[in-house]
Write a protein that binds this ligand. Structure first.
Ligand code: ADP
Ligand code: MG
Length: 316
C-alpha cells in the first residue's frame, strides 16, 4: 500500500510510441503516437477510447508484455526501462485477456504469484484477498471450473498479492453481468479508499462517469482529452434537445448557435446547444421558423457519451 513517500504522480507517460511490425494476420500498425500524460496518485483514473485506440497496447507496455518503440514510462517514480524491478513491484496489472493455468485452485494461483514476487509465506494475503473478491468458497476449486466473472475477480486478487500501490485493470467489466459489474465497482472503490491508485480502461461510459476522478480519452494512439470527470461531463454546459417533427426530414435546420444538429430518426432532429447561449425554447422557435412542425420534445444534459462522440469524431 502507499507509503509516506508516495510520489505526486503514480504513473508518468512521456512521448510513448508503439509501432507493431505486423504479422501474417495483422498489418503494421502505429498503435501509439506520442502519448504523454500523468496518473495522479490516489485517484481512480479512467482510460477511455474506442476499440483499437491503443489502450491495451499502453497497458501491456506497462506490464512488460509489449515493448514500446520510444518514449518513457515511470511507475511510482521508477523508470520501466532503467529500474524495471522497482517499477514492477509497484504495480499490479489485470490484462484484458483472461489466462490461467486451469489446474491450479484460486488459493494456489495466489500463493504461486506471491512466490513469484518473493512475498514471504507469513506475509502472504491469499485468504484475505480471496475474501475481498468473494471467492473464499472457491478456494479449492480448479480455476477452469470458475465462471468468467469469478476468473476476473481472481485475476484482480492475483494482481494485488504483492500489495502494489497501483492497480491497473484493462476492461474489467467487459462482458460481465450487471450484478458482477456492481461488485467489481465496489471492489475498485474499496481498494481506492485504502489508498490504491486505480487505472481502468472501459467501454462503459457510465462506469467511467461513476467511478473515475479523472478521465483521459485516447483515439488512434493519441490523447484527445484529459480532465477531471466532472469537467469533462459538464464540458461547455451542453444540452441536447430531441425534437420529433411531423414529416420525414429532408434537410436539417441550421443555426450558428447549434453545436451540433443531427437526424436521430426518420422524424427526429437532435440539436446540441450551449446552455449559456440559448434555451430549448429558442431552439424550438428556430425550428418552427424554418418550417418544422414540432410534435414532441425531450431534453437532456449532454453526458459523457456526447462528449466522447464529439471528441472522437473531431479527431478522426
Ligand atoms: P484497444 O485496447 O484500445 O482496443 P489495442 O491496443 O488492442 O487497442 O490496439 C491498438 C491497435 O494496434 C489496433 O489497431 C490493433 O489492431 C493493433 N494491434 C494490437 N496488437 C497488435 C499486434 N500484435 N500486431 C499488430 N497490430 C496490433
Ligand atoms: Mg483493449
Amino acid at each position: 500500500m502507499p507509503s509516506e513517500n508516495a510520489p505526486e504522480n503514480a504513473i508518468e507517460i512521456r512521448d510513448v510510441t508503439k509501432r507493431y511490425a505486423g504479422t501474417r494476420k495483422a498489418p503494421p500498425k502505429e498503435a501509439l503516437r506520442g502519448l504523454s500524460f500523468d496518473v495522479p496518485q490516489g485517484q481512480v483514473f479512467g482510460l477511455l477510447g474506442p476499440n483499437g485506440a491503443g489502450k491495451s497496447t499502453l497497458i501491456n507496455i506497462m506490464a512488460g508484455l509489449v515493448t514500446k518503440t520510444s518514449g518513457t514510462i515511470s511507475i511510482w517514480g521508477h523508470d520501466i526501462d532503467h529500474d524495471h524491478r522497482n517499477a514492477k513491484l509497484n504495480i499490479g496489472i489485470v490484462p484484458q485477456e483472461i489466462v490461467f493455468d486451469p489446474f491450479f485452485t484460486p488459493f494456489e494461483v495466489l500463493e504461486n504469484q506471491g512466490g513469484m514476487y518473493g512475498v514471504a509465506k507469513h506475509l502472504r494475503r491469499s485468504e484475505e484477498l480471496l475474501r475481498a473478491v468473494h471467492l473464499s468458497d472457491k478456494r479449492n476449486a480448479y480455476a477452469r471450473t470458475l465462471s468468467g466473472g469469478m476468473k476476473r475477480r481472481l485475476l484482480i486478487a492475483k494482481a494485488m498479492v504483492h500489495s502494489p500501490p497501483i492497480l491497473v485493470l484493462d476492461e474489467p467489466t467487459a462482458g460481465v453481468d450487471v450484478e458482477l459489474r456492481r461488485q467489481l465497482w465496489e471492489l475498485v472503490q474499496q481498494l481506492n479508499h485504502e489508498g490504491v491508485t486505480v487505472v481502468l480502461t472501459t467501454h462503459y461510459l457510465e462506469e467511467a462517469e461513476q467511478l473515475c476522478d479523472r478521465i483521459a480519452i485516447i483515439n488512434h494512439g493519441q490523447l484527445i482529452a484529459n480532465k477531471p470527470t466532472r469537467e469533462l461531463v459538464g464540458l461547455m454546459g451542453e444540452k441536447v434537445v430531441a425534437v420529433t417533427v411531423d414529416r420525414d426530414i429532408t434537410a436539417l435546420p441550421a443555426d450558428p448557435r447549434f453545436r451540433k444538429c443531427v437526424k436521430a430518426g426518420e422524424r427526429v432532429i437532435e440539436v446540441t446547444y450551449d446552455k449559456a447561449e440559448m434555451t430549448a425554447g429558442q431552439v424550438l422557435g428556430l425550428l418552427q421558423d424554418q418550417g418544422f412542425t414540432v410534435e414532441d420534445v425531450s431534453t437532456r444534459e449532454a453526458d459523457l457519451e456526447d462528449v466522447f462522440v464529439q471528441l472522437t469524431s473531431a479527431a478522426a
